[in-house]
Ligand binder design. Structure first.
Ligand SMILES: [Zn+2]
Length: 173
C-alpha cells in the first residue's frame, strides 16, 4: 500500500520488530520488555534492556545475577511495561511512538484497521480500532461483534482469517 502500515499493539514482547516490522511504525501502548526504567521513576527516561541478560534458576524461579540498576539514582530498574495499578510506569517511549502514529494517520485517507485477537478484558486495542472506523476488520474467534457503523467482525483465529483474506485478494495488493 502507498502509505504502508502502522502497528498498534498491547503486546510487550517486541515480536512485531522481530518479525520485520519497522520499529518506527509500531506503537506499544502497554510498553515493552525490551526497555528498562527506574522503579521509582526518578527520571522519565527509559533505556534499552540489551545489556541486561537475566539468569534465572529454573528450579527456584529466582534471578541469579544482579538486578538491573537505574543509571541515574542507582536504585532498581524494571521493565518499561504497564502493570495493573501501575502509577510509576514511564510513558515517554510509548508517547513518542503515539506521536509518530498521529503524524502517519494525518497522511492516510480511507484507513483500514485490521484488529486481531484483541479481547474485551483489556479493551485498549479495541477502543483504538473503534475510534478509527468505519473500516475496521475485527478478527476474533469469540469476541468478534462490532457495530456495523464501525466495521465487520470475522469469527476466526488471526492466522486462519489472514490466510483466507490473502487467498481471496490474491496476496499481491
Ligand atoms: Zn532512578
Amino acid at each position: 500500500m502507498k502509505h504502508g502500515a502502522f502497528v498498534f499493539t498491547s503486546n510487550v514482547d517486541g515480536q512485531f520488530q522481530k518479525a520485520g516490522f519497522d520499529a518506527r511504525c509500531i506503537v506499544e501502548c502497554h510498553g515493552t520488555i525490551h526497555r528498562l526504567q527506574c522503579v521509582e521513576a526518578c527520571t522519565d527516561e527509559t533505556w534499552p534492556a540489551d545489556d541486561f541478560t537475566p539468569i534465572v534458576n529454573e528450579t527456584t524461579c529466582l534471578l541469579e545475577n544482579e538486578m538491573p540498576r537505574c543509571p541515574h539514582c542507582n536504585g532498581l530498574a524494571r521493565p518499561n511495561i504497564l502493570m495493573f495499578g501501575d502509577w510509576q510506569w514511564v510513558e515517554k517511549h510509548a508517547d513518542r511512538q503515539e506521536r509518530r502514529l498521529a503524524t502517519w494517520l494525518e497522511s492516510v485517507d480511507r484507513l483500514v484497521v485490521v484488529e486481531m485477537g484483541a479481547g474485551r478484558a483489556l479493551p485498549t486495542v479495541r477502543r483504538f480500532s473503534e475510534r478509527h472506523g468505519p473500516r475496521v476488520i475485527r478478527i476474533n474467534p469469540r469476541e468478534y461483534a462490532i457495530p456495523k457503523a464501525v466495521g465487520l467482525g470475522i469469527s476466526a483465529g488471526a492466522s486462519e482469517a489472514l490466510q483466507l483474506l490473502d487467498n481471496v485478494l490474491g496476496g499481491n495488493a
